[in-house]
Design a protein around this ligand. Sequence first.
Ligand code: SAM
Length: 285
Amino acid sequence: MTTRDFESTDSKPLDAGLYIVATPIGNLGDVTFRAVDVLRRCEVIACEDTRVTGKLLKHCDVSTRMLRYDDHASDRQRAGILDLARSQPVALVSDAGTPLISDPGYRLVKEARDAGIGVTSIPGACAAIGGLTLSGLPNDRFLFAGFLPVKEKARADMLGELAAIRATLIFYETGPRLERSLNAIADLWPGREVAVARELTKLHEECRTGTAVQLAEHYASHPPKGEIVLLVGPPVEQPEKIDADTMLREALLDNSTGKAAGLVAKATGLDRKRLYARAIELKSE
Ligand code: SAM
């Protein structure tokens, strides 16, 4: 049986409220039976783009009315959806994957909860989790950090903030920006294992692993197409065991004392002032 042929045996109407419905991230076969059931039985589906969601609904034989909702929606539009959800079942979907995860919906859910409106999650595909499970990187602890900033300084600041976290880091990425992000990661964490999970659930799905330098080299000659999850394994050693002296000596070759201390602090998460003092000692040796 396909999801299209699926017919719910539940004859009870859906309760009023907001239903957060995950949809596929490429392969339409990943829509769940429960997602189809809820989308059919809701009064209205709030979606980012009616053309994108319309294709999924057609595939699943769902004829529920759609209305647009995205991060640019006005307070009035959001209040309108919440008003509907007080008396009717309203679904929220995004273009692909799990709503709210680097997608619209946070404010809607927060305000629904604050207003005492029932909220139900219908889980399903999420690129971050697909990439993590495929990567072979440690998954006992992970931190999803969304998209890396485009501007160099903001990107370096964000990576610096995450440096000391002992978990696999997960980022969403785009093809044109991948090489720059890999180079930034290579500068900070040359030893960490990195994975690029691309086109998950689609025909050309691939997951390539290596150091950031190796992957940057590969993608420099094979410009990546499609959608990408970038994952960075946890620090190879615990921060306290990192040989800060070696890193400082290397950094001092090309940088002032302050800059060297700052770079090593960013890369390791160690205290910048202590590194600065140690760098002065090393310079006088
Ligand atoms: N809400 C979605 C989810 O649950 O994964 C993510 C939406 S976000 C706007 C889109 C980003 O997710 C893409 O730029 C890419 O980084 C990632 N992504 C979505 N689909 C993907 C896929 N099939 N393969 C790899 N990455 C994907």
